[in-house]
Design a protein around this ligand. Structure first.
Ligand code: KIV
Ligand code: ZN
Length: 509
């Protein structure tokens, strides 16, 4: 079977999702898990976009072994220099250059002729080759480009030394037949194509990213660019888990393989969702919470008699345990620690002490603690550890005969304590207004969602908020068995994220 190489761009294209910005430590944690998952290359960021991103890529390159590390550059020497500086200490460093190829991009963005843009691309590849033999060239918006010009571009950048040529459907415009045709044409009509790996990068604007990627594989692409949970610009990128499982389930059809350890898929998905603050939709293929849930009586009956009646994937093959482990206050430290390790989360002894205290408090309130509770607690723990805005106290009231009100007391990043009170349309609204008063901020709430983490009246409430603060968007998340506390902690989590990123200038590729 032919091998399909996987470049994961969760930390670059995925991180471009508004509000999904990750702190350097969070990027490193995800990169480590991607290496465990078995991806071939991690695209760790876009170093020229900000000093923070440069440093995050560099730390990943220094710390994560056994996997290729690349980062994105526009076709200009200063970006390429920044990428090389950031990735040079990796075990397998690579440089990824992107430059437009469609007339829409050439005329609308660059205002240059086809020949001029191609010369820039060739020059950029030659420049990058000074640093490393492993140079990827992306023909941005190839899905809408003139095919003859695309062929010429691919051929010329391979002659200049590109070892991977990537064909992005940047706007998610193609359908599988069109995209398959583009790949087939390049594979059969570009004379030097076998001197490079043909790669694809699809977006999901029309919901066809996975189908287009699979069509490309059928037509000869041997590297694919994907993200965990399909995160990415606008409607997202091709989801790693979908293509990997399609190839595995339909091995007879595709006749290709990857080196992904599929049992790590669920753990990776949860880690990315927890750290980016972006929930996975329940009906999402492979990693949605309902992906293996059978609810209709007919289906349940069938599955009980024979799983294959309604299941094409064994849940265990993507890392969903058959039986859910439930911890209680009497479970003991050892069991809690072992469960965290099974969930792929390692924390040092000092962090564990704090975590265990919080676990015991939760177990007292809730009796049974599920994996989801542990992960939620851990996220909350990280937030508190990194926190600069800290909730010291909250009193909130509501009822049918009084107007809802809240009094909030916070510790600020400079150590001062401040409190304020406010009324609102409900206790959460009142608490948010009190916080705005303390912080002197105007905040627009773009999204507020409340979910229960597990089942039952004592389940923890998970709140996610998307806030427009100044000119940027931040996501905040928190979990608590009290909905109002959870909502307030999520609000503060978003503010704490502003502190990680306030020095960055964000520029998307
Ligand atoms: O969508 C796109 O074209 C990209 C390139 C940088 C590969 O993200
Ligand atoms: Zn992209």
């Amino acid at each position: 079977m032919d091998r399909i190489y996987i470049l994961d761009t969760t930390l670059r294209d995925g991180e471009q999702v508004p509000g999904a910005k990750l702190a350097a430590g969070e990027k490193l944690e995800i990169a480590r898990q991607l290496a465990v998952l078995g991806v071939d290359v991690i695209e760790a960021g876009f170093p020229a976009s900000s000093p923070g991103d440069f440093q995050a890529v560099r730390t990943i390159a220094q710390e994560v072994r056994g996997v290729g590390i690349t980062a994105l550059a526009r076709a200009v020497s200063k970006d390429i220099d920044a990428v090389w500086e950031a990735v040079r200490e990796a075990e397998f460093p690579q440089i990824h250059i992107v430059l437009g190829v469609s007339d829409i991009h050439l005329e609308g963005k660059f205002r240059r002729s086809r020949e001029e843009v191609l010369a820039m691309g060739v020059e950029a590849v030659r420049y990058a080759k000074k640093y490393t033999p492993y140079v990827e060239y992306s023909t941005e918006d190839a899905g809408r480009a003139d095919l003859e010009y695309l062929k010429e571009t691919v051929s010329r950048v391979i002659d200049a030394g590109a070892t991977v040529v990537n064909i992005p459907d940047t706007t998610g415009y193609c359908d599988p037949e069109q995209f398959g045709h583009i790949i087939h044409t390049l594979k059969t009509e570009v004379a030097n194509i076998d001197r490079a790996i043909l790669s694809v990068h699809c977006h999901n604007d029309l919901g066809m990213a996975t189908a287009n990627t699979l069509a490309a594989i059928k037509n000869g692409a041997r590297r694919i660019e994907v993200t965990v949970n399909g995160l990415g610009e606008r409607a997202g990128n091709t989801a790693l888990e979908e293509v990997v499982m399609a190839i595995k389930v339909k091995a007879d059809l595709y006749q290709v393989m990857t080196t992904i350890h599929t049992e790590e898929i669920t753990r990776t998905s949860r880690l990315v969702s927890n750290l980016t603050g972006i929930w996975v939709q329940p009906n999402k293929a492979i990693v949605g919470s309902n992906a293996f849930a059978h609810s209709s009586g007919i289906h349940q009956d069938g599955v009980l008699k024979s799983r294959q009646t309604y299941e094409i994937i064994d849940p265990q093959s993507v890392g969903i345990a058959e039986s859910r482990m439930v911890l209680t206050a009497r479970s003991g430290r050892h069991a809690v620690r072992a469960r965290l390790q099974d969930l792929g989360r390692t924390i040092d002894d000092a962090q564990f002490e704090l975590f265990h205290q919080q676990f015991l408090e939760l177990a007292d309130r809730k009796k049974e603690v599920y994996d989801e509770d542990l992960l939620a607690l851990l996220t909350q723990e990280n937030a508190v550890a990194a926190s600069a805005y800290e909730l010291l106290s909250l009193e909130a009231s509501s009822g049918t005969t009084r107007s809802p009100g809240a009094t909030v007391r916070l510790r600020l990043p400079d150590g001062r304590e401040k409190s304020a009170e406010a009324t609102g349309s409900g206790p959460v609204d009142a608490a948010y207004s009190a916080i705005n008063r303390i912080l002197g901020q105007t905040v627009r709430i773009l999204e507020f969602s409340l979910q229960s983490v597990t089942e039952g009246i004592d389940a923890q409430a998970r709140v996610s908020v998307r806030l427009a603060i100044g000119s940027d968007v931040f996501i905040g998340r928190a979990t608590d068995s009290d909905v109002v506390i959870s909502a307030v902690q999520a609000y503060l989590d978003a503010f704490n994220r502003t502190l990680h990123h306030s020095t960055q200038v964000h520029q998307s590729a």
